[in-house]
Design a protein around this ligand. Sequence first.
Ligand code: PLP
Length: 400
Amino acid sequence: MTREPRRPGRHFLQIPGPTPVPERILAAMSRQILDHRGLEFQQLGRRVLSGIKGLFKTQGHVIIYPSSGTGAWEAALTNTLSPGDTVLMCETGQFAVLWEAMATRLGLKTQVIPTDWRIGADADLIEEALRADKAHKIKAVCVVHNETSTGCLTRLDEVRKAMDAAKHPALLMADAISSLAAAELRHDDWSIDVTVAGSQKGMMVPPGLSFTAISAKAIEASKSAQLRRSYFAWDDMLSMNSNGFFPYTPATGLLYGLAEAIDMINDEGLDRVIARHKRLAEATRRAVTAWGFDIQCRDPKYYSPAVTTVIMPEGYNADAYRKIVLDNFNMSLGTGLNKIAGKAFRIGHLGDTNELTILGALTGVEMGFELAGVPHKKGGVAAAMSYIAETADTTKAAAA
Ligand code: PLP
């Protein structure tokens, strides 16, 4: 067997999740297993169950499943709905497509508002669909907050207003899998009924945990919901979680990592974390625009703070280009998904990312264009550098 030569330095994982895990979190997870029915676990359980609420801005309960985000999607639907119920969904991109496919498989009817995959969900169209539903057949509106395939962020506050304006009683469900701890999210203020998220993106924890914030209205709906559920049943979780425990063996190692991640986010300050994501996203877009490329998100209103999807010039394959970047610079960029496969690539700028991380990544992107012979204008990295320098918090230096 031939061994691959060592690649010095670190791999640049610039996909929009999973994201690199900070040393502090890796160290926190490196612990011996403990009795998950004992007092020490109970303290850990209580700590994470209460800490995670702050990140969703909720006073209500947040369930933590040992599953990827897809499990929380399933739990959201099966705990609140009954066979044949209609759900209103917006096809903002590949993740909305997958959630819709799951709803259909589970025996729900879906009513889909299409988009061209270049904007977020349009609150006006949601309002129109709800007003037309005089019989209140629609039982839930399901929206992907940050569409990770396209880099479009839906304005959930506007979706809430639209639902209120239509005076429609449907539940509001949000997929915040790639927006938790990356974009503003207010589960209670926006009266979201179910918000699902994952550990492996803005939270900086390895893949394997999902989070589900639930409103009182959603808990009420779960009492009469008829879709089948067992492992993902909320009621078992809620009763065991009330004492800090779980109904089955919890993912203890990941929970240690989660506790550390919550501390890190709170130490930095959630608002600052979100502002950092916005700033690095803007720096990335400045680079992309300076190179002369189009951004998949065509309306600034929907710009994502977590990921930028870049459209390749006609005739140049995005995956061939990504391979050149990986082979030469040890950097993984996100692939284009579904109908933009080969046509676009994604730059993740979420999680444990700072100015130099993103500038390093953009440098690799720009050099990659050069090596791959992809026509582009020079100066993308320089544009990002100027923006970062202009917006630097100079009070930090003054205080030192
Ligand atoms: N929803 C969104 C917006 C996502 O970005 C992802 C994964 O990237 C998923 C759902 C699916 O989550 P998971 O892969 O954790 O099951």
